[in-house]
Design a protein around this ligand. Sequence first.
Ligand code: SF4
Ligand code: SF4
Length: 320
Amino acid sequence: MSFSLESNFTTATIFPWKLVKCKEAIVDGKIVPYHLFFCPTNRCNANCRWCGCKNVDRKQELPLEECFRIFSYFRSLGTKAVTITGGGEPTLMKGFDSLLSFGHDLGLKFGLVTNGILWNKGNDILEANKYLTWSRISVTDTESENYNFSILENVPRRLPGVDIGISFVVTKNVNIESAKKVSEIAEKTKNITHARFVDDYIGGIGDKMKLVIESCEKISNKLIFQERINLEKGEKECFESRLRPFLAPDGLIYPCGCVQIALGLEENFLCFPHQFSMGHWSKFDQAPIFDGSKCSKCFYSNYNKTLKKLMNPMIHEEFI
Ligand code: SF4
Ligand code: SF4
């Protein structure tokens, strides 16, 4: 049986097979916030040129106690999985391990998007190894020779029980030697499940993805090449906002993890736009389904179209 890297490790722009297989995402006709995207801090120790959150308030961070209350609240609503992501770099948060341990005791599963910089210091197995299902390391410089590749070797070694992905943004000025090196590290490292080469949707990439594919595809069969150029407009009924809400460090819920670009790609929009907020996290249960017709670009149209179909009643259901 073949294993699809895209269906297992990515969600933007793909058909959501995991959702179709999930029996608990819709209960009594109501969508459960099954998977929470949680951004506890906007602080960051990197400065990626393509950062989609360039204009967030870099000082904003949720207090740890409030994070605990958030996890308890969403668990009570049926949340099963939490992806801890940016905004900023989550591992900078004081008490990050206790955040994972608290959620783990509640029965939550965790994924983590990190640049890995902080965890490159030291040799011991990280506490997070006990709690994470997966972690994706974002390469913070894909255009010069200066990236510290030891991060991609040390962090997987310090998280031996965790499935590790690598995210490599392909820009107009991509460094092909770096792309090849990432492919080689993915190939030789047992717990690296995949390396994802993804387009720079802000700056554009010209024909550089083609070049990356030609240079790397033979190095490993763990590579995903993901293009997000031809994005559709948002659906009026954004069911995604109920299934996979995004909680930012301002304590507000946003309908998805790509609202920073939903108004367009202009430099001044690269933050969580308040006009897209669905209100304070503690009132999420009462928030209506978000109106996505104001989104000019949407990564998750396939989720919305599929959820709409799954919400519609059917007759003669046995006749599959
Ligand atoms: S590590 Fe992430 S949050 Fe920090 S600058 Fe890079 S893309 Fe932005
Ligand atoms: S871009 Fe808009 S329509 Fe698409 S998932 Fe996000 S909020 Fe919903």
